[in-house]
Design a protein around this ligand. Sequence first.
Ligand code: ADP
Length: 771
Amino acid sequence: MASSAPSGHLTVPLAKRRRIAVLTSGGDAPGMNGVVRAVIRMSIHCKCEAYAIHEGYEGLVQGGDLIRRMHWEDVRGWLSRGGTLIGSARCKSFMQRAGRLQAARNMVIRGIDALIVCGGDGSLTGADVFRSEWPGLLDELVQNGDLTANQVAPYKTLNIVGLVGSIDNDMSTTDATIGCYSSLHRICEAVDEVFDTAASHQRGFVIEVMGRHCGWLALMSAISTGADWLFIPEMPPRDGWEDDILKLDTRVTVLGHTQRGGAACAYDRWLATLQGTEAVRAVLEATPDSPSPIITIRENKIERGSLIEAVEATKRVAKCVDEKGFEEAMQLRDSEFKAYHRAYINTTTPHHPKMLLAPEKRMRIAIIHVGAPAGGMNPATRAAVAYCIARGHTPVAIYNGFPGLCRHHADKPLGSVREVDWLESDSWVNEGGSEIGTNRGLPSEDMPTTAHCFELYKFDALFIIGGFEAFTAASQLRQARKDYASLRIPIVVLPATISNNVPGTEYSLGSDTCLNTLVNFCDVIRQSASSSRRRVFVIETQGGRSGYIAVMAGLAVGAYAVYIPEEGIDIKMLARDIEYLRHNFATDRGASHAGKVILRNEKASGTYTTQVIADMIKEEAKGRFESRAAVPGHFQQGGKPSPMDRIRALRLALRCIQHLESFAGRSGEEIAADEMSSVVIGIRGSEVVFGPMSGEDGLEATDTDWEHRRPRNEFWMKLRHLVDTLSGRPADSKEGKFQLSDDEGWESGGTSDPCHFAATPKIRPRELPLR
Ligand code: ADP
């Protein structure tokens, strides 16, 4: 019997509730708890029964108490916990058919018909073997007399979905595995600190990082920390490398298991959340013939791929490395890995005779920061400088934005326009803020002087790093080209703002740094409530008129509600949320002592300020719980940029300079007539793209909400409902009922179909970009 969902929506047979089990296997990875939480809650939301299998495949083989029914509250607070709370193990018996036979028996007995496995390539290989043997295992169980034909009949098809949880990032077909960025965080924090002592003593440090067959962690940490040498399995050093280093006084540091531990970073938390919910969707949408999927991510897009193909491709790379087929191994790594490797090489030693351009193709490239500081501005500038020098261009920094340019360009001895050399910029790799100074001022404040400076300093191209003001500045310069010949040069904007509100991209440098800072803030503040237990924190986020930061942080910390400018706040919404909180505290079974978090964007409402909301909650709670307002303010800009902001800064900055140099030798008129001469670089879906500012289809005309200073189409709005779904917040103020606090206690929530958003194409997260 199908549910009474509206046509076009996914229907879940209510007569036989699906039983979905999740296990974590192999090496533990930060983010695994986020996966379990998302799978459990999404399964319950979709009216399925949720199970956790403890100790990986061992739990499946042994059965009994290791297979446990899970309820909504059981996973409360799990997003912020490191390791895996349902345990992981290396299970020898599952490697044997006899073990897998036992596992199949346990699944049938417990009525589990879908298995979501989160682990590395070994675990997913095991999942694939189990899936392929499943019909044979059932036959054998019947032949042995262990089970009857009737007992196995409903379980003819086993749905298995793979999620890659591994710090190594060694799975082919996905850009990132759950856990790899958290591990990269640990490594970068450690290396940044080692760097301080290395610099103090003029010593070289050789730092060993994890990664097994895969050099991703080593490569990305080398990029993020500006390492001088890199040794990865895919590309061992040439003979004689020892001669380059031995003259150095060196020390060896092995980071070891610290790389696996700790709470997950923001990226891994929301990746785990989105992929976990996507895995449940994949289970519910599977047909008997559909191949087992693996949930992957390409740039910002969650996708489903083939589990078998991913496992096979991963094995091929490992085999190549073992057999010293290094070129092939490099070929088989995804294109992003190769691009990063090339970018690292290009920017580490800036003197490459082969990279030098012919003199007539060399340009004077001006670099400017516009808007508020954002993590990643410095590494992007450093990368641009290094690449420019390698190509023979002259990188010129404009200090303190457009106002700096106009006011101080002629100052002696140091004006606001200075050529940058490699040594000067080398240490900017892990610095937060803006070393060349950033300013919100726009060129329109003094366009004649701006144009005059461009002429005086003979800029051939302009690289702008910044947020919405950077975008506005590029637009103004583009439009002023008709009046000033000196502005007829190519311009590219690299979005860098914590608000992530620049048209043309789904990701801005600095937004990841901000999210990590905010997530840490929420974790700490939540923890502070553990003695009183009954406390709600209303935390104010930055983000201007874009709710991006609030929503993504909401997903990463498991916020109860997010209030964003795109939706505003009204009295009904507040009343419903307070009622829900009351209900929630009344039924709280004490799974976690931490406080609850509501995130409110700074511009969500002029009337319902953060303090007002906190006071209203306190008043209405009538002593049953309390509430506090907290405003992290500029703390959200973060200290050092996050590893993701550092590595993306490198990759995107290089692409920007490559784009600018493609205009070398063209006349000003030609450049002004070419729409691609003023562009924004962006990550959109699964691609890195340049979006033209001008023209009928250009970003200014089609994707810019000038009044609210944000893109017209904010991709993340489609993720917004997931925050509510996973916190159980009532979906519709009119229906007013609580969605659920447990699967037993399901009280029909705001929608008639519990999986409504899973099956509505408009808001399917797998079509959505993320970060
Ligand atoms: P990871 O998943 O981190 O790569 P392992 O390679 O140790 O870790 O695999 C974890 C577990 O997955 C193993 O202990 C085993 O139970 C199971 N497994 C791995 N490979 C296979 C296989 N070829 N067949 C069946 N099970 C496997």
